[in-house]
Design a protein around this ligand. Structure first.
Ligand SMILES: [Zn+2]
Length: 607
């Protein structure tokens, strides 16, 4: 966020000469006195939760009376937005023994404390935990979610390479779920450095928790509130988790964690469904209608794939993470988009969907892009931080996923199926992440070119990555025996927004469409179609499945809630052109089928 940065630079100019500057933090003048033996104590007992607060005490050693400068992160990696967690802090105090210490703020997210001399200092504050967001802190009377970025202070201008411990004070009957390593004392945890510390969100309270061995590692499933997943729904969720992990492990050749925590919150105050990735866990927040939806396994597969792609294999722009300001990169089309491509691949490779299900997911993304104005995936990646309002916000997911699909086809074509996009991901994981660095443009395109028998991607980059040209599906799909088909499908002529507890609110009525002619109005809530509840994902696909092939004009009974009124409107069945969809070409060559099977099954032709 440029304002933050410029503001700090101006504020601190006079100190720059007096204090040593660390190169990676240029622009900020303050450097904390060294602190040692850093311990965080988090109180999340019933009293704190009733007040929707978490109490945090940070204790550390100092060697002198030199000022200690402590900062709070401005954002949580993965959630690319400035959240300024310091705004949720209240009641800040600093003590050494029984003495209260002098303190002030050096910046809006930086506190400066003056110790009396060598010894042990404790700073404390309350943190308002009332925001339901994977990147933030949220409490209920029997539960807390918090992220380390929200509450753990770090010494300004010092290395992030300091070990620390976390002790959680809570009720004896409360559970704790986190990816963090256990300490020696009960309910204590330890982190080798600050990056690890703030990358391990916590659940504390009363929730369901069970575990299974998947790909030789322990996977835990923590869900709040208790009973939110029925036994049958839990079995389904576990099946999805167990099916999506092994194909992802195969891409990189290893599961990079000893244990992985899938952490799930169901609450009707959520906005749809979202997940936030961490190195060995992720947090999902879902409305009740999201549970059991077709999006649920895609969310699991996407977030878990991130534990390789972005948490470990990451663009150099994001290495190391900086917590004090935004960190834009043109590579989110790889970090998010290609992660989403591998989510689709995990679905088909793990048998959660069949091949036509995979083509359906791909078609849906093509359709989303076709409805947006032309944009480049690099620009959309950079725009993530400012949430543009030109209709392309967050579309680096879909278009980046399609770029991954295109590259996979091109690499398999150029190498005659001896290599694939998997080869590229595996090579970069080994040659950049495992060497302790992020990947550059040269690393990425070099790996793609090597996997493609030396084929140049300059033209591809110019047209489809930096440029805004539509993707060349009519050329590319036949290479793997696929083509686009346009169907005529039942069309009601409404846009709807699913409501958390069922029903679909009409957000748009297409003029001259079937629904408009029958009297459906914007703001109506469709509760059922021909007796079938209009729940979540059901509405569009369910209606089309029910009426496909029936004669035009067939009345469709649509039950509607309009304010206090309940009415049923007969909407005459009408057909319209569907968005093009990807299908298999029955006349595909044996080579095309071989490449296609390689892509769907995650295999290459042995060399
Ligand atoms: Zn993601």
């Amino acid at each position: 966020m440029p304002l933050t940065f410029a503001g700090r630079a101006a504020l601190l100019t006079s100190l720059v000469l007096a204090l040593p500057l660390r190169a990676q933090r240029a622009g900020e003048g303050l450097q904390s006195a060294p602190i040692t033996d850093v311990r965080y104590e988090v109180t999340a007992d019933r009293a704190a939760l009733a007040a929707r607060r978490i109490h945090v005490a940070t204790t550390f050693g100092v060697a002198s009376a030199a000022p200690v400068v402590l900062s709070m992160p401005a954002w949580t990696p993965g959630a690319y937005e400035i959240a300024n967690f310091a705004r949720d802090v209240s009641g800040f105090s600093a003590k050494q023994g029984s003495d209260s210490l002098r303190w002030d703020k050096a910046d809006y997210d930086t506190w400066r404390v003056w110790p009396k001399g060598p010894g042990q200092v404790t700073v404390s504050f309350d943190f308002a935990a009332d925001t339901l967001d994977n990147a933030m802190a949220w409490t209920r009377p029997d539960f807390a979610l918090f992220n380390g970025t929200n509450i753990f202070l770090y010494p300004e201008g010092r290395s992030t390479d300091f070990a620390s411990t976390v002790a959680v004070k809570t009720e004896p009957e409360f559970l704790i779920a986190t990816g963090m390593s256990r300490g020696t004392a009960p309910r204590t945890f330890k982190a080798a450095n600050y990056h690890e510390l703030v990358d391990m969100p916590f659940f504390v309270g009363q929730f369901d928790l069970d575990s299974a061995i998947v790909s030789g590692k322990t996977v835990r499933f923590a869900t709040y509130p208790r009973g939110t997943f029925s036994p049958a729904a839990r079995t389904t969720a576990w099946d999805q988790i167990k099916r999506s992990i092994p194909p992802e492990v195969l891409v990189f050749g290893e599961a990079p964690w000893e244990s992985y925590d899938v952490m799930w919150i169901t609450d009707s105050a959520g906005a749809g469904m979202s997940g936030l990735e961490h190195s060995n866990s992720h947090v999902d927040v879902s409305i009740p209608a999201g549970m059991g939806s077709e999006f649920q396994p895609r969310l699991f597969a996407h977030e878990i794939f991130h534990s390789w792609n972005v948490k470990r294999l990451r663009p150099a722009d994001l290495v190391p993470y900086r917590y004090d300001r935004s960190q834009p990169t043109p590579w989110l089309w790889v970090s998010e988009g290609i992660t989403d491509y591998y989510s689709d691949l995990a679905m088909v490779r793990g048998g959660i969907v069949d091949a036509s299900g995979f083509y359906g997911l791909t078609s849906e993304k093509m359709n989303n892009i076709a409805q947006a104005p032309p944009f480049s995936v690099e620009d959309a990646s950079l725009n993530a931080w400012i949430k543009v309002r030109d209709g392309t916000d967050a579309l680096y997911y879909d278009k980046g996923s399609l770029a991954g699909f295109l590259l996979d086809i091109m690499i398999r074509d150029a190498s005659d199926n001896h290599n694939s996009l998997d080869t590229v991901m595996r090579e970069l994981y080994r040659t950049t992440y495992k060497q302790g660095r992020g990947f550059t443009a040269d690393d990425w395109w070099g790996a793609v070119q090597r996997a493609s028998n030396g084929r140049s991607y300059d033209d591809f980059k110019r047209r489809y990555v930096d440029g805004r040209e539509p993707y060349p599906w009519t050329e590319s799909l036949p290479v793997i025996g696929l083509r686009l088909q346009r169907d005529s499908v039942p069309r009601m002529g409404v846009g709807v927004t699913p409501l958390p507890d069922g029903g679909a609110r009409v957000s748009q009525v297409v003029p001259d469409g079937a629904a408009a002619g029958a009297g459906v109005k914007e703001g109506d809530v469709i509760t059922s179609v021909n007796g079938q509840p209009a729940v979540g994902m059901f509405f569009g696909t369910g209606m089309r499945t029910m009426y496909a092939g029936k004669p035009a004009g067939t009345p469709i009974p649509v039950a509607i809630r309009r304010g206090e009124e309940a009415l049923t409107i007969q909407v005459p069945l009408r057909y319209g052109a569907a968005a093009p969809r990807v299908i298999e070409d029955a006349a595909a060559s044996p080579r095309a089928v071989r490449l296609r099977n390689g892509l769907l099954h995650g295999t290459t032709t042995p060399k």
